[in-house]
Write a new protein. Sequence first.
Length: 364
Amino acid sequence: MNISEFMAEFKYIDLATDEANEKLHALNRKIVMNSGRLQLRYERSMCFLDASREMGIDGFTGIFKNPDSVFTGMASLAIRKARYNKKEENFAYLWDLRILNTIHPQTKNEWFKFYNCLLEKSSIVDEFNRPVRFLTVVLSHNKRAIKFLKTKLPGLDYIELQRINTNLVFAPKINLFSKNYDISFEAKNLSIEAFINSSLKNNTYYEEHLKDSRKFIIVKDKNGKIQGLCSAIVMNKRSLFVEKVDSFIQIAIKLMKPFGVKEIKNQSSLKQLYFDDLFICEKLSLKEKQKILDLLIDFAFKNLRKSIDFHAVAYISYPGNTEEVKSESIFQFSTNAILFEVRKKCNKKQVDSSFFYKLQTSQL
């Protein structure tokens, strides 16, 4: 059974196709994220589904419609690659769940039924017969959504796995010195692969990139030993769009311009350079780890901005860890989220939440 045949059972959820491109864009423009002083939404490329194709090796986007056929929501599921215990595995990641307040109760109930059935029948759906786990991320301040997930999804358990901070750095740390380190931009090679492998701990799911043409920013000590690295990624199919920024932020940005902070305007894109594959030597002290991260960020602003137009460097940190490695830049904004695993309640297998998921910033 393929996904089209599976979805034919549901009256109020359609499989998104390129023919629905304009309707998808119109729906997306209605859904704005309000994070206090910033009102943001995701902006897609001209072909709306290109972003979905960029987010996984397989998957789909579903459109929710009310009984009167008006679109009131969407959700995407992507199959993503991960490495675990030196083996390649796959997981299904629920992302881009966007729902309007006007969604009909019948449509909402059918979404519950749909997701429940997908978990139950994933082994016989062609596109979903590979995942070992179903995952989703929810913003921590969205208390309504978290309560909704934990109490109102019949037949499903949402298990909290770990906390995640998505950080945006708009200018590097001031007075940063690098006399003990050398920093360069290199293509992937055996020493980079060896450093990544040595950094992976037991029970770590390391989310692999879809393409292996990455280039890395590398920090080495004076003996030539790698102390930290990351790949720098630009997502062309999906980006943040600023609907409105309040006057306080605009004034603060103008004051910070001498430090390299770029102006953020209403009705314009907020361009990000994503730090993926971010690894820092575990043997270093927390202070040294933070310095390595800031050196990577500083290099990006001073060197990559010459060829790549971006407002901020985006990276992930993990506040659940004993030592959360974060930049010491004062020009930084953080958003906390929770990674959940979704399971059927009837699944008798003991839940092991000790897995650590090394996610890619560009794929959240």
